[in-house]
Write a protein of this length. Structure first.
Ligand SMILES: [Zn+2]
Length: 89
């Protein structure tokens, strides 16, 4: 009865991946962690001071946050325009 659950390893892998996505998204979004960075952790663009003050623990510039946001939506199959936009850039 319970054996069917783990029959396919890909299923649990997928579940794990979506949980990790969720955690990463929460971290990137609003959970303050440590100090704000002066430069984006992703593209190394300087992060404006106003943004650092508004979002304690911010690690990414606005562009990278938007890009990640779009990537998450695209992966969820809700909206694929985000990834298209970043390709055009
Ligand atoms: Zn960036």
């Amino acid at each position: 009865m319970a054996g069917g659950w783990t029959k396919d390893g890909a299923v649990s892998e997928q579940i794990e991946a979506s949980i990790n996505d969720e955690l990463a998204r929460m971290r990137a979004r609003k959970v303050p962690q440590g100090e704000s960075l002066t430069h984006c952790a992703d593209c190394e663009e300087p992060i404006p001071e106003a943004r650092r003050l508004a979002l304690p623990g911010v690690k990414l510039c606005i562009d990278c946050v938007r890009e990640r946001d779009g990537a998450f939506k695209a992966r969820g199959g809700i909206n694929r325009r985000g990834s298209k936009d970043s390709q055009l850039k």
